[in-house]
Design a protein around this ligand. Structure first.
Ligand SMILES: [Zn+2]
Length: 270
């Protein structure tokens, strides 16, 4: 029960609803992986050993105990092969795509300045929708998105000189704003731990940006390696102004991508 009920302690994970439409369209092994991964009943070396099918519980890459947690997030062999990095970058790409889509949307819905709402005689004025508070993406017109794929990103040195490489940096020169996004793909039980670790890692950089006269914010976001997004991701999207159905759609494609990549990380190993 401790192993199979561990998911009940994922306080920071966004609940995932698998719809009928998704079930119909999904490849059977993906659904199987999702459910077996949540309950930790996938044929990991450790489980195979417990079930009396394999002689050893050892991980074939590093010979430590091959639990699912080990295979999907702790194996030094897989880390050295760049498998986790590859999965991280695939998820990162999907997040970057969601932000770019959000930016496109923000450009289209930008309200024209000083528009006058005429009210017919006898009608009551309709309440004005407060689009101006609709998120960071709406607060500037010149957002540039930098994404750290294959360690390519260099933090803009005219803001602050640093060796740190956040995964995504959004910069608006005209409003002097910088938004840092840092992605971790941890074992779901450690979503919160990853958030705190990344928050403190970038705290100094954020305060250096403030010192240099920039409005900087850092959003650590986590997508668990079994395909469950942390609430931090949903919060970051909301603060950026990606809300409602657009947010749900973005999170769905991100978690879907994360889970699919883990299927591959695990499969290559067996
Ligand atoms: Zn290993």
């Amino acid at each position: 029960m401790k192993q199979q009920g561990a998911w009940t302690r994922w306080k920071n994970a966004v609940e995932r609803k698998v719809t009928w439409a998704e079930l119909w369209k999904a490849e059977p092994h993906r659904i199987k992986f999702l459910i077996q991964a949540v309950y930790d009943v996938l044929p990991s070396p450790s489980n195979l050993h417990t079930w009396g099918i394999a002689e050893t519980p050892a991980c074939p890459l590093c010979s430590k105990r091959g639990t699912l947690e080990h295979i999907l997030s702790c194996c030094t062999g897989a880390l050295g092969d760049g498998r986790y990095r590859w999965r991280h970058d695939q998820v990162l790409k999907t997040i970057a795509e969601a932000i770019s889509t959000g930016l496109e949307w923000a450009k289209q819905v930008r309200p024209s300045k000083k528009s006058i709402a005429f009210v017919r005689a006898g009608d009551k004025p309709t309440p004005v929708r407060r689009t101006s508070s609709a998120g960071i993406l709406m607060s500037a017109r010149d957002w540039q998105v930098l994404v750290d794929l294959e360690h390519q990103l260099k933090f803009p040195s005219h803001i602050v000189v640093t060796t740190l490489q956040p995964d995504i940096v959004l910069v608006s020169e005209s409003t002097k704003q910088a938004v840092l996004l840092e992605l971790t793909v941890p074992w779901e039980d450690r979503l919160e731990e990853a958030f705190e670790r990344k928050l403190s890692k970038y705290a100094r950089l954020v305060s250096d940006c403030h010192q240099a006269g920039w409005r900087a914010r850092c959003f650590p976001v986590e997508v668990g390696c079994r395909g469950f997004a942390a609430r931090s991701l949903a919060r970051a999207f909301s603060t950026l102004g990606i809300e409602g159905e657009r947010k749900r759609r973005a999170i769905r494609s991100i978690t879907e991508r994360g889970g699919r990549m883990s299927t591959s990380v695990g499969r290559i190993q067996r």
